[in-house]
Design a protein around this ligand. Structure first.
Ligand SMILES: Nc1ncnc2c1ncn2[C@@H]1O[C@H](COP(=O)(O)OP(=O)(O)OP(=O)(O)O)[C@@H](O)[C@H]1O
Ligand SMILES: [Mg+2]
Length: 409
């Protein structure tokens, strides 16, 4: 189940806390913000783009039906669940006619509230898919693999930050898979402590389904979930091609996006991932050896896959080292799809703090480029507003202030 981002709107602090407590127990639901009046709620929906607004019928500052209509018809197409202390039929009719997805009366039952949110969210997803011209709702997720034949080219940095950008800007669940099986480090990069990893999953891959998969995922504050590499290298060989195939099959059904980080070289598990991949991000840098290896890898990739499946990404694109991005394009005979600048200060601080820079340094050029790439993958135009600020606002509301001292810089 995808993570459902929720905004709570209630004029009573006590009721807001009660709603928060009821929802906090469900791992699929993420309360991103709360508002004490209708106008604030409308603003939050605009800036935070939640999936569902849970709103008290007597919210001050704006009539609940006006707020409902505004939110449902907004660009965000947020769903609305109205809660009330009394079941007043004319009021119920007014808010339902305005577009509310459900009306619940207090005292609230946790299971009923969660179930209502999930049903409303499912309608929101369908509406969004139709609005984006998708017609039939495609429930299959997109698999994006970051690959480079060259060690240390920035695969993990790109995969981690791209996945966070997709989780923060897109809708639905995003899972980051660490296929760097011997020396995976995405748990460190995200500052999470996985209880289960691919090593445990490999023992049971024959029985794997979406429910079992959840127990092997570790949630990050950005909303994405990590399928971590084994904690020690000796488990790497237990993760076979069949395990990878099974993992991707299950994740594709339950996620919007799956981002895979790979080791350098060409392992059979990496090939299995590339076979199931929709977008191969072939990462290269401005040095002769990397370029040579990228050419060999690209020649192989274009023989195996349609070229539109491959996006060439140039990391440290602004380095002044005697080779230019134009040289790369003419040597490889392939267009560069994204230029990621070099920024040692931002990257190293982010790694040392365990906080992806698309969140902690949203305005840095390197973050903006990766968020831009995320939008390209989503097939959407980046919003007019400062999209990096959007990630910052979202993170801030998720209570990550202490580690986000750089927000807005
Ligand atoms: N755009 C960048 N600007 C500055 N430093 C960067 C950039 N990209 C990567 N780095 C640095 O390069 C190093 C290698 O990055 P990373 O671990 O992402 O590479 P990798 O390709 O995953 O390596 P491996 O092949 O070992 O898995 C890190 O120390 C990181 O801080
Ligand atoms: Mg790596």
């Amino acid at each position: 189940m995808a993570t459902i981002n929720v905004v709570i709107a209630d004029s009573s602090a006590e009721s807001r806390e009660q709603l928060n407590n009821l929802l906090s127990g469900d791992t699929d639901i993420n309360v991103v913000a709360d508002a004490s009046d209708g106008r604030e709620a409308a603003e939050l929906v605009k800036s935070m783009r939640p999936d569902v607004l849970v709103c008290d019928v007597n919210i001050g500052g704006m009539d609940a039906d006006k707020l409902t209509e505004q939110v449902v018809l907004s660009q965000e197409q947020c769903g609305v669940v109205i809660v009330s202390s009394v079941s007043d039929i004319p009021v119920v009719r007014t808010v339902m006619q305005a577009g509310a997805g459900d009306f619940l009366t207090r005292p609230l039952d946790r299971a009923e509230l969660v179930d209502s949110l999930k049903r409303v969210y499912s309608t929101v997803q369908k509406r969004r898919a139709l609005a984006s011209g998708g017609g039939e709702v495609d429930t299959k997720g997109r698999i994006v693999t970051v690959y480079s034949p060259q060690g240390g080219s920035g695969k993990s940095i790109l995969a981690g930050n791209l996945a966070v950008a997709l989780a923060a800007h897109g809708s639905g669940q995003v899972v980051l898979v660490d296929l760097s099986l011997q020396f995976g480090n995405l748990d460190l990069m995200l500052n999470v402590s996985p209880e289960n990893t691919l090593a445990g999953l490999a023992q049971k891959y024959n029985e794997l389904d979406a429910q079992m998969m959840e127990t092997y995922l570790t949630k990050h504050d950005s909303g994405l979930k990590l399928l971590s590499a084994p904690s020690t290298p000796q488990y790497a060989e237990t993760i076979t091609v069949y395990v990878v195939e099974q993992v991707l099959e299950v994740l594709r059904e339950s996620c919007s996006y799956v981002v895979i980080d790979t080791p350098s070289g060409m392992q059979d598990t990496t090939l299995a991932a590339l076979d199931g991949t929709d977008d191969i991000l072939l990462l290269t840098t401005l040095d002769l050896l990397a370029l040579h290896n990228t050419k060999t890898a690209l020649d192989m990739l274009v023989q195996m896959y349609p070229p539109e499946k491959i996006r060439l990404v140039l990391n440290r694109a602004n380095s002044d080292v005697g080779i230019t991005p134009e040289d790369v394009e003419s040597t490889l005979q392939f267009k560069i799809a994204a230029h990621i600048p070099s920024d040692g200060r931002v990257v190293v601080t982010s790694v040392n703090e365990g906080m992806p820079f698309v969140m902690s340094q949203p305005n840095a050029e390197i973050s903006r480029r990766i968020v831009g790439l995320a939008y390209e993958i989503m097939g959407k135009e980046p919003p007019d507003e400062d999209m990096a600020q959007f990630v910052a606002a979202s993170a801030k509301k998720k209570g990550m202030l202490s580690s986000l001292l750089g927000v807005g810089r």
